[in-house]
Design a protein around this ligand. Structure first.
Ligand code: KIV
Length: 272
C-alpha cells in the first residue's frame, strides 16, 4: 500500500519552474504513470513531471496501439494519478480524434483539466496552431508532440525514426517555431536524430522533452513499464531498464533521475 511518508518534492513543480530549469540548463525528468501508487513512488523519487500517456492503451489495456483510448479512459487514469500525486507537474494526453477541431479540443481539454491534469498534450504539427491558440488563450497549457506521433502510426507506416533527411528535419524546425509562436508551452520530440534534438532545443525558448531524441532536450521521458523492464517483446533502442542491481521500484525511478540529471542517460547507444 502506498504511503506518503517519503515524498521529496517539497514544492509544486510549475511551468515557470520548468522554464527556469531550461534557462539554467538543468535537466528535468518525466515518467508515465497511470495510477496513484506508482505516482507516489515517483514523487518519492523527485520525478518532476508525470505524463498520463495514452500509452496506457498499450501497457495497461493491452491494445495494439493508442488509437482505442477514450476521453473517459484518460479522465479515469488522470483522476487516479492526481489522487496519488503530491507536487509533480501532470501532463495528460488528449486521445486520438479528441482534438481534430478547435472547439472539440477545448471541450475535451476542459474534461482532462477538470480530472486533474495541469497541461494537455496533443500530437501534430502546424495544423494545430489554431487549436493551441484557443486552448492557451483560455488558460489551458499545451505540450505539442512532434516527430514520431504514435496516433498517426498507420499513416507513418510504423514506429519509425522521423526527421532523418534534410527536408523533414527542416519541416520539424519550422513546425516547432510555428507552434511556439502559437502559444505552445512545451514541445515533446519522439524518435528523431540526437543532433536534430539539439538543434530544435536550442531554437526554441520553451522547454523540450525527448524520448529517443538524444541527450540535449531539456527533459527526458520514458514509459514507466519500459524503464522497469516489464514490457514484453522488442524494446525500442531508446529504452533502458533501470530496475536492475537489486533496486526497488522507487530506487529505479531515482536512478533514472540521477542519470538524466548527470547527463549519463540517454547514452549514445540510446540515440539515433
Ligand atoms: O503516451 C505516451 O506515453 C507518450 C510518450 C511515448 C511520450 O506520449
Amino acid at each position: 500500500m502506498y504511503s506518503d511518508t517519503n515524498k521529496k518534492l517539497t514544492r509544486p513543480v510549475t511551468l515557470s519552474k520548468l522554464r527556469k530549469m531550461k534557462q539554467e540548463q538543468e535537466k528535468f525528468t518525466c515518467l508515465t504513470s497511470y495510477d496513484a501508487t506508482f505516482t507516489g513512488a515517483m514523487n518519492a523519487a523527485s520525478i518532476e513531471t508525470i505524463l498520463i500517456g495514452d500509452s496506457l492503451g498499450m501497457v495497461v489495456q493491452g491494445q495494439d496501439s493508442t488509437l482505442p483510448v477514450s476521453i473517459e479512459d484518460m479522465c479515469y487514469h488522470i483522476a487516479a494519478v492526481k489522487r496519488g500525486n503530491d507536487n509533480a507537474f501532470l501532463l495528460a494526453d488528449m486521445p486520438f480524434m479528441s482534438y481534430s477541431k478547435p472547439e472539440q479540443a477545448l471541450d475535451n481539454a476542459a474534461k482532462l483539466m477538470q480530472a486533474g491534469a495541469h497541461m494537455v498534450k496533443l500530437e501534430g504539427g502546424s495544423w494545430l496552431k489554431d487549436t493551441i491558440g484557443l486552448l492557451t488563450e483560455r488558460g489551458i497549457p499545451v505540450c505539442a508532440h512532434l516527430g514520431l506521433t504514435p496516433q498517426a502510426v498507420h499513416k507513418l507506416g510504423g514506429y519509425k525514426v522521423q526527421g532523418k533527411d534534410e527536408a523533414t528535419a527542416a519541416l520539424l524546425l519550422k513546425e516547432s517555431l510555428e507552434l511556439e509562436a502559437a502559444g505552445t508551452d512545451i514541445l515533446l520530440y519522439e524518435c528523431i536524430p540526437s543532433e536534430l534534438g539539439k538543434t530544435l532545443t536550442e531554437a526554441v525558448n520553451i522547454p523540450t522533452i525527448g524520448i529517443g531524441a538524444g541527450p540535449h532536450t531539456d527533459g527526458q521521458v520514458l514509459v514507466m513499464h519500459d524503464m522497469l523492464g516489464v514490457t514484453q517483446g522488442r524494446k525500442p533502442r531508446f529504452v533502458k531498464n533501470f530496475l536492475t542491481d537489486g533496486r526497488s521500484i522507487q530506487e529505479a525511478f531515482e536512478a533514472f533521475s540521477d542519470e538524466v540529471k548527470s547527463g549519463t542517460f540517454p547514452a549514445p547507444e540510446h540515440g539515433f
